[in-house]
Design a protein around this ligand. Structure first.
Ligand code: SAH
Length: 369
């Protein structure tokens, strides 16, 4: 084991200096990964028991005005199959999902001008009116602050917007010049300020990623202190400029999941579809590395294959919402239980450094007196 010092410091102080991050992320071995996994599991158990939250994912549009170099739905990909679910069909997905037990729906899609602000607001209102006990998560990219506010007022509770990389030069490797890291971060800060439970995240092994850019990702997450974080391996799509690049490392993804759990102890952390796609045991090993959320696919079966952000994306078997029994079994086999609770993020005292902890303990003692 080469990096126990850094892993222990991360658990204690929830912070590493840039040089320490780079040491940790470039100099780890399998023993470090096993150790980080153990620490992460212990922390997950402390905060969440053996519960794994599920969210029903509805991929409601594959149209996108953006041209991200890594994504199969980029507007320049003329081979992509485009679909846009009508409202009624989205509501049917929710209805089916509710029947299966889901209490969180995630609406994810490209940045589709066919789904205008007004149309989104009407859809959100409708879903929240029909299923007021459910949480609604949006994952529909960058909008003006006013739109984010209106979606929130219409009833949306959570928002996923991966920052993709916290290094602005690397951001330009992954995106055309009409997109910027500054704008992405601005969106994330606004979402959080409006009151959304907010998630950021990145792809592991994205083209151009280095120990240095990953160090920035981890420090960025520390600073933003999001409620959720989505990380999964980059998987090439042949009809994109990165079609011949290598996929991200499975083991590094698992290691990073553990480090995120160790740093942001009560964060909601999905074992992503991408992780399940590159390895049969991806979901289980993701959970054993510290993940506590799974997002089965609730989209209409007929469109699932068309939402191809990368190739061979899993959408059947345990990935499919209609096979919750299989997912439940696979979780039970490793000692976990699927729960249909909404699983909202709960505020906690941030265990920042020894100083803060000591201060807090003293306050507790004086309170008791
Ligand atoms: N349009 C929305 C949703 C994007 S899809 C948005 O911009 O937020 C959700 C995530 O899938 C993206 O944020 C990206 O990190 C990931 N993704 C896209 N292409 C991918 C690929 N080729 N391999 C792995 N993950 C990918």
């Amino acid at each position: 084991m080469k990096r126990k010092t850094e892993i222990d410091k991360l658990e204690r102080e929830e912070h590493l200096e840039r040089e320490e991050w780079i040491e940790l992320l470039t100099g780890w071995d399998e023993e470090d990964r096993a150790y980080a996994g153990e620490r992460a599991r212990e922390i997950s158990h402390r905060y969440f028991g053996n519960r794994i939250y599920v969210r029903g994912l509805i991929e409601f549009t594959s149209y996108c005005r953006n041209d991200c170099y890594y994504c199969g739905l980029r507007r320049s990909n003329t081979k992509a199959c485009r679909y846009r679910l009508p409202e009624a069909e989205i509501l049917s997905c929710c209805e089916a999902g509710y029947g299966l037990g889901f209490r969180t729906f995630v609406l994810q899609g490209g940045e589709d001008s066919g789904y205008t602000e007004d149309r989104m607001i009407a859809l959100i209102r409708r879903i929240k009116a029909l299923w007021p006990d459910c949480a609604l998560t949006l994952s529909v990219g960058e909008w003006e602050e006013e739109a984010y506010r209106q979606f929130y007022e219409a009833g949306a509770d959570r928002y996923l917007l991966r920052h993709e990389t916290a290094d602005s030069v690397h951001y330009e490797v992954l995106h055309p010049s009409d997109m910027s890291l500054a704008h992405r971060i601005d969106c994330l800060q606004k979402l959080k300020a409006i009151g959304y439970q907010t998630g950021c995240g990145f792809m592991v092994g994205a083209p151009g990623q280095t120990g240095g850019t990953l160090a920035k990702d981890m420090s960025f997450i520390e600073e933003l202190h999001p409620h959720m974080a989505g990380i999964g391996p980059f998987i090439p799509h042949r009809d994109t400029p990165f079609g011949k690049n290598q996929r991200g490392s499975y083991k590094l993804t698992l290691f990073l999941l553990s480090l995120l759990r160790i740093m942001e102890k009560n964060i909601l952390l999905p074992a992503t579809t991408a992780l399940g796609t590159i390895c049969d045991r991806g979901r289980e090993e993701g959970v054993l590395a510290g993940a506590n959320v799974i997002m089965p696919n609730l989209s209409p079966v007929a469109v699932r294959e068309k939402y191809a952000i990368y190739e061979n994306k899993l959408c059947t078997g345990e990935e499919a919402a209609e096979h919750m029994d299989r997912l439940q079994n696979s979780m039970r086999n490793i000692g976990y239980e699927i729960t249909f609770e909404r699983g909202d993020w709960k505020e906690r005292q941030r265990e920042k450094g020894k100083e803060r902890t000591r201060q807090w303990n003293i306050n507790m003692i004086s309170c008791r007196r």
